[in-house]
Write a protein of this length. Sequence first.
Length: 414
Amino acid sequence: MVKKTFNPADFRLKQEKKLNQGRKPGFIFDVCLDDETLTRVHTNANTACVLDYLEGNQYLGLMYPSQLCTCVVCNTLLFKLLNLPTMWAFEPLTGMYVYYFAPICESDFNRLKSLENEGILNVYNCYRLVFNKYQMPKFCSNWGEFKLSILPQLTPKILESIEETTKKVMDSNGAFFEINKLKPLYNIPLALSQKLGKTVLSINTHILLEHLLQFMTHSSAVIDNTYTDAYLVNYAQFCKGLTFQGKHKRKDVVIDETLKELQNNAIIDDFEVVDDNLVFESDLITKHIKQRIRRNMGYYAQLPSTKQAPIIATFINYLYWIINCPSKFTHLTIALDTLLAQLGVQRLLEEHRLSEIAKLLNLLRRYGVEYGLLHMPANAEEITSTDVKYLLANRTELHKYIVINNPQNGKEKK
């Protein structure tokens, strides 16, 4: 790929178009010093003047409406939750969004002002958006269709929505919270699938993890996951949705055990029950929760109620990762001894229990086929101890016995 040479003239032209676009509804530009008080050095500047000043790093540009309007300034989360029917601009230097409405009466303005919270919501009659040479304002797609003189009204219904949504965000105290009614599906990030494919967990832990992922998928983290914080789940509701295997322990005891297993394997970082809420953190999942690889709840329901279920689940997770990975693997290149180590059964190899390894491979292959992740090789027969001996001597041949379904071009990393 040939790298394009930076052209200052083309870059300036793009900046001119951006600023001229900002003027269309009736906005004005000033220039100020990059100091604590944003000292004004040029008011109502034309586009060329603004860009000339911005060549100097000590200057910033200001964009503001030429007439009074109600400016609702909010962070990314609140902006996307509100989705208000009016024009908006994004301020790159603060990461805040500005909604513009026609002026409202004093009582409604004061009602909005009472909701103000730094970093979440602020309200102005005239907000000056700040930018520099490399971080220019961004505008809504229909920006040019609006004019300040005929901005939409901030109706009582919209005002109530702002009030309710802002309070919900503030009440979360920075934690991720539920924003949509839970549906029987969840996002399963590839990074998590990869880890699960090398980590043997109990089936009850898989069941609980699915419910955590379901909540995370329907939480505010899918709107803004630029920070890693705790998730806040109503503990009683969370317990109600869980059905574990085995009935010899109380549900709360199983929940505690499974959460500890997830924590011990660095899938979640911390958890506790506080004021009837389950509070947990997961840096691994939060970083990738927006990745839209969807899976239905109850994914592990087909697994047998046996001691081998956790091993099968790990194998299924491994196959799931391979098939969904962007590297587009064509076949397994993992060696049999490496696979056994991943599944936590290398002892079978150390004890030369080749017939048991063969039985396990047949079991894994059968469930891989049932899950639609594998298909049986042509003229397939039961894997025997002789095959195991062959695979241990020929470490690249496992793909002939365990065949990925719908393979695509590429190679799996060892």
